[in-house]
Each structure stands twice: as C-alpha cells, then as structure tokens.
Ligand binder design. Structure first.
Ligand code: F6R
Length: 255
C-alpha cells in the first residue's frame, strides 16, 4: 500500500485527480471505477478543469460507478446518476454508451446486478477504482459485515450511513432509501489499482480502524490492505488518529 498524507484537503484532492488523469493519459482505453459522495466533489471539479484547460480526453474512457440507491431513477435529483451528470459527465466529452451505473429502478434487481458484473468483465475489467470511506467503514455501500468475496448485489443501508447521507435528502435520514445496489468487495478487489481518498477529521477514527485494525468483513475498507496496487491519499485531519508507525510509512507527510 502506498500511503500519502497531504497537508490539506485541496492538495489531497488535487493529487487524487492527478493520479486519475495520469492513468487516463497512459492507457489507450482506460476503464475507471468511480465513486460519489462529498469527498469526490473536488476530484470531479479538478478533472473538469483539466478537461477544459488542458484538453484531458474522456472520449476513450469507460466508467463504472460503485453504487446507486434502490428506487431512484437516473433523473431523480438525489440519485448518483444525477450527481455524476451534474459534477462530471455534463462537462466532459465522455461517450454516453461508455458510462455505467447500476439502475436503482430496475424491475429485477438481481438481474441488474448480474448484468452489471458481466459488463465490467466485458470491458476487460477496471484499471483504477476510486474509493471513499463511509462512517461504517464501507467502500461502495458494503456495510458491515460484507464478505470479501461479495459481488454486485442489493444491500440494506446501515442507519449510520442514512444519517451520513441525509444532507442530500433535505437533512432527513428517514428520506434516504433503505437499500442500494453496490459493487461487492470482491468486485472492487478485482480492479487492477485502488485509490482511496479520505478528507477531514470526521474520517480519522474509521481510517485508523481500516488501516490499523483487524482485516475483515466488519470494516470493508480494511480489504484494500489485501490489494497489491493500492494507494491511500489522506489530508492531515483524516490521518490524525493514525499511529506514529503508520505515519512513518507515508511517502509524503505534511510538516
Ligand atoms: C459512494 C460510495 C461511498 C462513499 C462514502 C463516503 O459512491 O461508494 O462509499 O464514498 O460513503 O462518502 P462521503 O464522501 O460523502 O463522506
């Protein structure tokens, strides 16, 4: 695992965006795994800027998002489809047929999950999977306990996650859907590279658990420690609960 502790959220976000852009430039037909949530907003802002100002080309990129709420259509302003269009796809030259998110309003959710796995496979697999981390330690929506061989499936959201994500639903946790479709931990671990970004003091405790606690299904983010090509980018605040030993392994540290 490569661990980077950056001085502030801006430099951490910029670093993550640069890693994604470098892969897009190096690979002829890159396949990206994308995440949503507040942490990623700055990453997409930076990528849109690189497209506008430096000509970063999205036309050869295929993407697969991690997750979507069950029951929300792509047009719903609270859906992750809507988030991705508003923050990224409406501003770059992605090919619409190369953009993939699980359909939360599919009539047969199991068939949708199977088809999603199949289309990841048909694309040749994900080159770089972008990850955030939730208060429950989830990556994607893999709430505890999530087996490390789990695949794309329908899950029930933890109440902590509904509270975490309430802001998008008028501040009311009960308005957050109870279920979501998510890539499994096993699906995520098959990506050729992982890139986890965490920002802010509110992530410090769960980052310490994920990077220093037991590796197991109670904290799905701990699974990234089993991956051979994993990069973790933190700002000072999200790294603040890490031990001196872990901090000592960081490749770049503030101060
Ligand atoms: C979203 C996702 C989640 C988020 C996590 C952190 O697609 O997969 O795992 O990355 O819940 O969310 P924020 O960034 O809002 O704290």
């Amino acid at each position: 695992m490569r661990l980077f502790i950056m001085p502030d959220p801006h430099s951490a976000t910029r670093f993550a965006a640069n890693e994604i852009a470098s892969l897009m430039i190096e690979r002829p037909n890159p396949v990206l795994g994308l995440a949503t949530g507040r942490t990623m907003e700055g990453v997409y802002r930076a990528l849109c800027g690189m497209h506008r100002e430096e000509g970063l080309d999205f036309s050869t990129t295929t993407s697969f998002n991690l997750d979507e709420y069950v029951g929300l259509s792509a047009a719903d302003p609270c859906s992750y489809h809507h988030y991705m269009n508003a923050l990224l796809f409406n501003h770059v030259n992605s090919r619409p047929d190369a953009i993939h998110l699980p359909a939360g309003d599919a009539p047969d959710l199991d068939a949708e999950c199977t088809a999603y796995e199949e289309s990841i496979r048909a694309s040749g697999g994900i080159d770089l999977q972008l990850l955030g981390i939730g208060d429950t330690g989830h990556i994607g929506f893999n709430e505890p306990p999530s087996p490390f061989d789990s695949r794309t499936r329908c899950v029930t959201l933890n109440q902590k996650t509904r509270i975490q994500n309430a802001a998008m639903f008028g501040g009311n946790p009960d308005a957050v859907p109870t279920r979501a479709l998510t890539m499994g931990v096993g699906t995520i671990l098959e990506a050729r590279q992982l890139l986890l970004l965490a920002l802010g003091q509110s992530k410090a405790a769960i980052i310490a658990k994920a990077l220093e606690g037991p590796v197991g299904p109670q904290v799905s983010a701990s699974a990234i420690r089993l991956h051979r090509q994993c990069t973790v980018i933190l700002d000072e605040a999200s790294a603040s609960a890490l031990s001196a030993e872990t901090r000592g392994q960081a490749l770049f540290q503030a101060n």
